[in-house]
Design a binder for this molecule. Structure first.
Ligand SMILES: Cc1cc2nc3c(=O)[nH]c(=O)nc-3n(C[C@H](O)[C@H](O)[C@H](O)COP(=O)(O)OP(=O)(O)OC[C@H]3O[C@@H](n4cnc5c(N)ncnc54)[C@H](O)[C@@H]3O)c2cc1C
Length: 652
């Protein structure tokens, strides 16, 4: 791309403080020091005490931001201890040290204090500059208005009903899930004539075209048949597909053919569990390859891969087309991914805060350290400003120490009889130790074998197998959404795009926060990408995607974002150079917990102990939490696993 085009895209507008943020520290006062920890970005002592320290308002590269992972990667590469120098003891002693300040770690601190009493002393360590883990808050402040966005966890939702424990915590925090409809302006976008569209790009489909999406969610929404038939007619007129592909599309949606005749429902499911949905479409339904390309990216928001790597049985569970005549018993088939099993009760349990489940993390922090987040209710937390200076105060029963990567967790003595665990952590280019009666590892499981050398090999292997699913959650602040209004869309599926989905913010007004109500008003557009590599086994796709996310500069991402937006809604009048006021890319190379499925995990289909059951076994005074411990990428798993881990340390 030449300079002229860059200028047209607005790459020269310093709105994101790109020069500073691209690969450099985000925290106020941060500096690169000649450190023993290679080029790790280090934070000077006391940075979090500055009144200007406010990570939610930082833009640019967030999520796993520069400086958050250097120590852990150096540990993985075996270079950490050579360079680190000897640790210094802080002299601190806790009842519990929690590694990982995501919802699992914060919930563990909360459950532990409830069980051990308010005098219990707890330290939470996290490598990021903010707490919440994947439940991350993004703020945008402009002269027009302040806006919130979710940098990770979108909402309270789960494919299966919340457990009594998880529901109990949500209620204890004051979140009234059934009251959600009163905060959502459900008809806002529809009242302006906006609906779901598909962006066909010229590289994949021969022409840049924005067409009506007749299957906004696989299987259609609760629209009536007439509306769906109309949407199909419009789609077939607008889509830049060949005539045979259009005929196949109509056939796929309307035919009631059994593509596996002569087999029982169970036999069919067993076959579907072992073939990808792409194979089902291409080999059994025999649709045009154009349609395979069209559907390919659809399941990315759930699985982080496309339909090349998702079982046809799971696609059936998700309501993908092609199964209407298959006479499949509605009971879930063996080996179905839990995400693909419909559940009516779970479907109703939904709540979205404007910053997603960062509000849950903030409510937990308010319980643990009331001085850090003012307010009384689950509603007023939305606009409450966290005082980061209060998170790690010497006199406090609970301390949350950010920018601190645990690098070693070991019993002082024989794990079977030791009375203490020593936790070493890297912070600001130095290594410190604290002691604790117990430790809960609520961090990513792949890190644990490097922290805890004493663990049995089989457990280490199981922990290492939990490599997460990489994702980008991008938030773009726009001056207005007039271009979207003009083109009649609020949600675009982009099967060949850099991001595969882009959506205007869900219109929720709550606790004094007002959503954008008029097309002339500023808004946040949320864009989602999974950097998968179709055609390879799922885990390999995740590994390559993770490498891609770590090695792509913010500048490249920004250019891709601006170009994608102008191609999708430029015809509606969006000028990327003037209409984009901020960009925050939440980079999650270690994103969703890996979920087992029938295509890639034999044990899931055939039964037996799962790796997460081996991985989460307690070890002496150390217990293991995190959503990885359930191989389930949802908030309720993070809470349930915290509860179990606390039970283990209290008993032990
Ligand atoms: C982009 C995205 C969107 C999601 N959307 C939803 C959703 O809408 N609804 C839903 O229910 N779930 C969603 N999930 C899943 C949900 O966010 C997680 O299940 C849950 O938040 C995980 O919490 P956790 O505490 O187990 O892990 P995390 O949130 O990952 O927290 C673990 C923390 O430990 C830290 N850590 C790792 N190693 C170390 C170390 N050595 N020292 C110190 N700290 C360390 C990590 O950096 C991290 O901050 C989403 C996940 C992602 C990635």
């Amino acid at each position: 791309m030449n300079d002229w085009k860059d200028r047209e895209l607005g790459m020269d507008r310093g709105i994101t403080r790109r020069d500073f943020l691209n690969g450099v520290a985000l925290a106020v006062g941060a500096a690169i020091l000649p450190s023993d920890l290679s080029a790790a970005t280090v934070i000077p002592p006391g940075a979090e005490k500055s009144p200007d320290y406010y990570p939610p308002a930082l833009t640019g590269l967030r999520g796993s931001h520069p400086g958050s992972f250097d120590a852990a990667h150096s540990l993985r590469d075996g270079t950490f201890w050579d360079r680190a120098g000897s640790p210094s003891s802080t002299g601190e002693k806790y009842d519990l040290v929690v590694v990982g300040g995501g919802i699992s770690g914060l919930a563990a601190a909360h459950f532990f204090r409830r069980a051990a009493g308010p005098k219990a002393r707890v330290l939470v360590l996290d490598n990021h500059d903010d707490f919440g883990g994947h439940a991350k808050r993004n703020e945008f402040h402009s002269s027009q208005r302040a806006m919130l966005g979710f940098g990770g966890t979108f909402s309270i939702e789960s494919p299966a009903p919340y457990s009594a424990v998880a529901k109990g915590l949500i209620e204890e925090l004051g979140i009234d899930v059934p009251s959600y409809p009163k905060y959502l302006n459900r008809d806002l976008y529809r009242s302006f004539g906006l609906g779901p569209k598909i962006f066909f790009d010229k590289e994949t489909f021969g022409a840049d075209v924005l067409a009506t999406n007749p299957l906004p969610r696989m299987g259609g929404e609760s629209e009536n048949d007439l509306a769906r038939a109309h949407a199909l007619d419009v789609f077939l007129k607008e889509a830049p597909l060949s005539e045979p592909a259009k005929a196949d599309y109509a056939r796929l949606l309307t035919d009631k053919k059994d593509y596996l005749p002569g087999l029982s429902s169970d036999e069919k499911k067993a076959r579907l569990a072992r073939m990808s949905y792409n194979s089902f479409l291409a080999d059994l339904v025999k649709v045009s390859p154009e349609l395979v390309k069209l559907f390919q990216a659809t399941p990315q928001p759930l699985f982080g891969v496309g339909f090349d790597a998702v079982a046809a049985q799971d696609a059936w569970g998700l309501g993908a087309p092609g199964f209407a005549g298959m006479k499949l018993d509605p009971e879930p088939g063996k080996g179905m991914n839990r995400d693909a099993i419909p559940n009516e009760e779970a479907g109703k349990y939904f709540f979205h805060f404007p910053d997603g489940n960062a509000s849950i993390a903030r409510l937990l922090v308010r319980q643990l350290i009331p001085e850090a987040i003012p307010g009384q209710s689950a509603i007023d937390v939305v606009l409450a400003r966290t005082d980061y200076a209060k998170l790690d105060e010497p006199g406090s029963g609970v301390r949350i120490r950010l920018n601190s990567t645990a690098v070693r967790v070991k019993h002082q003595g024989d794990p079977a009889s030791a009375r203490n665990v020593e936790v070493a952590y890297a912070r600001g280019g130095k290594v410190y130790t604290v002691r604790a009666s117990h430790c809960i590892l609520a961090c990513w499981h792949v890190v644990i074998p490097y922290l805890c050398e004493q663990l049995p090999d089989r457990q280490k292997q199981a922990l290492s197998s939990a490599a997460k699913v990489p994702l980008l959650y991008t938030n773009v602040a726009l001056r207005n959404w007039k271009a979207f209004q003009k083109l009649g869309t609020n949600a675009v599926y982009c099967p060949g795009g850099y991001h595969s989905y882009l959506n205007l913010d869900l219109p929720v007004s709550i606790g004094g926060y007002e959503c954008s109500r008029q097309p002339e008003d500023p808004i946040v557009v949320h864009m989602m990408k999974t950097p998968c590599k179709p055609g390879r086994p799922a885990r390999e796709q995740h590994l390559l995607g993770r490498v891609e996310l770590f090695s792509t500069t913010f500048e490249t991402m920004e250019r891709n974002i601006r170009e994608q937006l102008v191609r999708v809604v430029g015809r509606g009048g969006l000028d990327p150079a003037t209409d984009i006021t901020a960009i925050t890319v939440n980079r999650w190379p270690h994103g969703y917990a890996y979920e087992y499925n029938s295509l890639w995990d034999k044990f899931w289909l055939e039964g037996g102990e799962t790796p997460c059951e081996v991985a989460r076994r307690p070890f002496g005074r150390i217990a293991i939490a995190n959503a990885d411990a359930a191989a389930y990428a949802y908030t309720d798993a993070a809470i349930d696993q915290a509860w179990r881990a606390v039970g283990e340390v209290i008993k032990g």
